[in-house]
Ligand binder design. Sequence first.
Ligand SMILES: *Cc1c(COP(=O)(O)O)cnc(C)c1O
Length: 470
Amino acid sequence: MRTLEAQARTGVVVDEYGNTGEEGAARRDEAVRGAVERGLLGPDAPVVGLLDVTGIRESARELRAAFDAVTAPGTPVLHAFAVKATPLVPVLRLLREEGIGAEVASPGELALARAAGLSPARTVLDSPAKTAAELREALALGIAVNADNPQELDRIDGLMRSAVSRSPLGIRVNPQVGGGSIGATSTATETSKFGVALRDEGAREWVVRAYLDRPWLSRLHAHTGSQGIPLSLMVRGVEETYALAEEINGRIGRPQIDTIDIGGGLPVNFASEATAPTYTEYARALRAGVPGLFDGRYGLVTEFGRSLLAKHGTIVARVEYAKSAGGRPVAVTHAGVQVATRTVYVPGSWPLRIAAYDGKGRPKSGPEVVQDVAGPACFAGDLLAEGRALPLLDQGDHAAALDTGAYYFAHHYAYNSLARPGIYGFVPDPQTGGVRFATVRDPQTLASIVAESGGAHVGALTTLHTPGSR
Ligand SMILES: *Cc1c(COP(=O)(O)O)cnc(C)c1O
């Protein structure tokens, strides 16, 4: 393969368009420098999240183009961004402008999507634990809902008897095609908690009957997994889902299922700048494996999260102290478990590239030295990277954790009551050769930490007494 040969030769992954991600890296370098220069990052703001607006727009366009290229003209396609990947209102609004909807899985995510101006027609609700109130609201608004299990479908039955709804409704199935390399993100295993487990005894027949009995069930949904799932397995998950839709429509004798929701889950390359696999590769693999899905009889919904945002986010942290322990240099930074929770707790599955920048935010060069890049939290395992070869990080330098636009800095973990960092979007500024910034989320204040930690109830426990005990 051309890509692999090129990688072996140069250490650089080249995607099918000859794109290495170098432009994104150049924009990022400018943004780190600009953030230091502007004081968005400094002694009093020692960690920030940066979002590459240009890169996000490009990924959204690549996604749309990839599916446009394989679907029959006029096929309705809704790309619904999995809000859990980057739950930030300005990001949802940016994606909305690029023609991307929202997949939500909690009342909070739905509120974010609505705050960003996403219309119900471009919103899909998918959680495994929807309350009766959530279902009622979704049906009243006309948001698409995929029922996770028979008990949820019972609740929807009740709501459908009591009021008319415009919501497109479907059932989520688990095609049970197996897991990938990361258990926690494998949703199509034998015993996964999601959807109706299709290969369990009697389950397939139950699903078919559910559609036969409910003419308003018009969608079928599966999400085979996220990071760590090979493309071939994702295609098999969609193949199984499509085959079931064909079987159901055949049994009913009309195309009652008119839309298939294929979920998200395109894996992200965390090892270099290159985007691999691409949306185009996935769309082509789907078209080759499941041609009937693209002949115009079915509308499509997709739910990509990580692949739209991951490569466009960077966490940058100041090196507060540089020290040495047992002969190993340790850079103590302000980015650790609070912004890179998965990486810190499960480093083997979620390694991140680290880039070294100097005190002025310029890429740092010099001989590589094996060192630890530590976070600020008070436990020994709080390491962004362990034993990593990098130019030696010194006090006042900066360490950047790359590809962290999804499931990282927007997923703050309140360990040690560390404040949520500010998040800033950036675009190139051709006039200055630098970048322009916009605030996506303000840094969290200490007052807000106190308020979120029961500050309004300071005497709650000392004034609570068992009657008669004092
Ligand atoms: C998490 C999730 C997604 C998005 O997965 P990514 O790996 O971020 O693309 C899509 N659909 C459902 C139902 C999910 O749970």
